[in-house]
Design a protein around this ligand. Structure first.
Ligand code: HEM
Length: 502
């Protein structure tokens, strides 16, 4: 008997069997998730994936929020995800019920690097202890002998020098910015910086760069669905894992080398402070061990480099697209800073227009439309719905960043969104680019991105005017979406020297 014959004779039984399985599957979902927030009808096994642009799923969530309101459920395959949309609901969840919403969802691509250790992917006591440690250490270093501001100024000077070497040729700003920011993190974490072609510089540059390059690819999306299968196939991910193993070995060697002569009373950088905590006796539950050492370093490099270099690269592109805005920023720089000294953090308060432009770049870019996925730490009642422990939750930050009730002109690039009628800078609660609540961006908790973006942006525009390879109206200044994130569009441009280097 061939397969076709079996199918023909058992056709009715097969159809009934399939229908029963589908009904059982749907019913199972109804029983265990009957009080989940409402959401669109789902297809068995696929959930709501069919209607989704996998490169920009947040677009579907934005649409659904118009129909289902501020709390709704979407199904990613057979997994329910609760989406929280709008400023008030995000605040209710991530601030008022912050503890319940403070877990981290598990993504295989990220787990493979950190194995559940470090700040970013962990939950509960581990994330709390390591987060507190990182915040305190960065704060102490920031107030120490060489403050973060001085390090950023030094790196910004090197960046300006690197840009000036291009003369009349085109330059890819993203590449130079990424180098600079990586070096800044070398300086904060390890107390030293490198020439870009130094093999030691490459040890963390290569895995971080490859990691973000890969996050944009289809391989990363498939890896997040089925890591075991993807691992069997050749591809960039193997290159990434090799580079990560090399970086891990480097960190271990660096720790062993430093531990031999460590002066516990005088730690010099983030790495030293972590090692001092590792040496503390009588702490059986301590999170300060080798397992957490590499992931903590990785989290700072990974969370801090692409975000900031992409924002700055997009900032330069916006100056090319809007030359009148570039001119206004330069006018303010000339009036407040002049051309004979480097910009300082204090200048920001005297430069409302530039401050508004940087805020608007970040708002319109909406780099993390759903922040970094959260997970419920316990069964919770929220807005009269039941959300079980372990459910993945997305704070839809984009719904706030583009809310017409909060911003005058949310769908345009308009610095007026952050200025009052007198041209004074206006804070806006809706500026949620760094998230909200207990897992709020650790870097911004320290003011690092605000310092870095301001000092790098003003240092560049103090020295150069950015010009495109095409007229402004032909420049595509939209951002590139990749699954959960958005990044600057790659481009090349000209930098025209305005004032000589200081
Ligand atoms: C333009 C710059 C940046 C943006 C837009 C940004 C945005 C974000 C967002 C949206 C989150 C997730 C918040 C949540 O899950 O609710 C986050 C988390 C995080 N960010 Fe940033 N970030 C930036 C720069 C930085 C920098 C410079 C550092 C490092 C010093 C950093 C370190 C972290 C860490 C470690 C977390 C995880 C915190 C946790 O899980 O508790 N970020 N960031």
């Amino acid at each position: 008997m061939d397969v076709l014959h079996i199918l023909q004779t058992n056709f009715v039984s097969i159809v009934i069997g399939v229908v029963v399985i589908i009904l059982l599957w749907m019913n199972r979902g109804k029983q265990s998730n009957s009080r989940l927030p409402p959401g669109p009808a789902q297809i068995p096994l696929l959930g709501n994936l069919l209607g989704m642009d996998v490169k920009a799923p947040y677009k579907l969530y934005m649409e659904l929020s118009k129909k289902y309101g501020s709390v709704f459920t979407v199904w990613l395959g057979s997994k329910p995800v609760v989406v929280i949309s709008g400023y008030q609901a995000i605040k209710d969840a991530f601030v008022t019920q912050g503890e319940e919403f403070s877990g981290r969802a598990n993504y295989p691509m990220i787990m493979t690097v950190s194995k559940g250790y470090g700040v970013l992917v962990s939950s509960g006591k581990r994330s709390k202890d390591l987060r507190r440690f990182s915040l305190m250490t960065l704060k102490t270093l920031g107030m120490g002998r060489r403050s973060i501001e001085e390090r950023v100024q030094e790196e910004a000077k090197m960046l300006v020098k690197a840009f000036s070497e291009y003369g009349d040729s085109t330059v890819n700003p993203k590449e130079l910015l990424f180098h600079s920011i990586i070096n800044l993190f070398w300086s904060i974490v390890f107390g030293r910086r490198f020439e870009y072609n130094d093999p030691e510089f490459q040890i963390l540059y290569k895995p971080v760069y490859t990691y973000f390059d890969m996050l944009k690819s289809k391989v990363a999306m498939l890896y997040n669905i089925s890591p075991r299968i993807v691992e069997c196939f050749p591809g960039k991910h193997h290159e990434l894992f090799k580079a990560i193993d090399k970086a891990k070995a480097y960190i271990r060697e660096e720790a062993d080398r430093r531990l031999k002569n460590l002066d516990a009373s005088n730690p010099q950088d983030y790495f030293d402070v972590f090692l001092v905590k590792m040496l503390e006796k009588g702490q059986p539950e301590t999170e300060f061990n080798y397992d957490n050492l590499f992931p903590c370093v990785w989290d700072l490099f990974a969370a801090g480099t692409e975000t900031q270099s992409s924002t700055l690269s997009h900032a330069c592109l916006m100056m090319i697209k809007y030359p009148d805005i570039q001119e206004k920023v330069q006018k303010e720089i000339d009036e407040v800073i002049g051309s004979n000294r480097v910009p300082t953090v204090d200048d920001r308060h005297k430069m409302p227009y530039t401050d508004a432009v940087i805020h608007e770049i970040q708002r319109s870019m909406s780099l993390a439309p759903i922040a970094f996925p959260h997970q419920m730490t316990r069964d919770t009642t929220f807005h009269n719905y039941h959300i079980p422990k372990g459910t993945t939750v997305f704070p839809l930050l984009s719904s706030v960043l583009f809310d017409p009730k909060l911003f005058k002109n949310p769908d345009e690039f308009d610095p007026e969104n952050f200025l009052d009628e007198n041209g004074v800078f206006k804070e806006n609660n809706g500026f949620l680019v760094f998230g909200l609540g207990k897992r709020y961006c650790l870097g911004d908790g320290m003011g690092i991105p605000r310092t870095v973006l301001f000092l790098f942006f003003t240092s560049l525009l103090q020295r150069f005017t950015f010009r495109g390879t095409k007229p402004p109206e032909e420049i595509d200044a939209s951002v590139v979406s990749y699954f959960h994130g958005r990044l600057a569009r790659p481009y090349t441009c000209y930098v025209k020297l305005r004032t000589p280097n200081i």
